[in-house]
Design a protein around this ligand. Structure first.
Ligand SMILES: [Zn+2]
Length: 81
């Protein structure tokens, strides 16, 4: 038995710590995006977070930031699996 949290749970926890207020949305989450393309205090929920078939984190930012940028900005490193 492993108590290791799923990657998506770790990412959502990191977003919560950043004040991005992730919320459940369908099979994933919507959240404010912690990436550098967004103005501080921007409350637009620009980020969708989902879980890939193999359990990795799939992120899509409507500011066109790539997943590595978002993961780095959330403070969880550049990959999350
Ligand atoms: Zn973004």
């Amino acid at each position: 038995m492993s108590a290791t949290p799923r990657p998506i749970d770790r990412f959502v926890a990191a977003l919560t710590q950043k004040g991005c207020e992730p919320r459940r949305f369908g099979l994933g989450y919507t959240s404010r995006c912690p990436g550098p393309e967004h103005q501080p205090g921007d409350v637009h929920r620009a980020l969708f977070v989902g879980e890939g078939a193999d359990g990795d984190v799939v992120g899509h930012c409507f500011g066109d930031e790539d997943a590595e940028t978002i993961l780095r900005a959330a403070g969880v490193g550049e990959t999350l699996q």
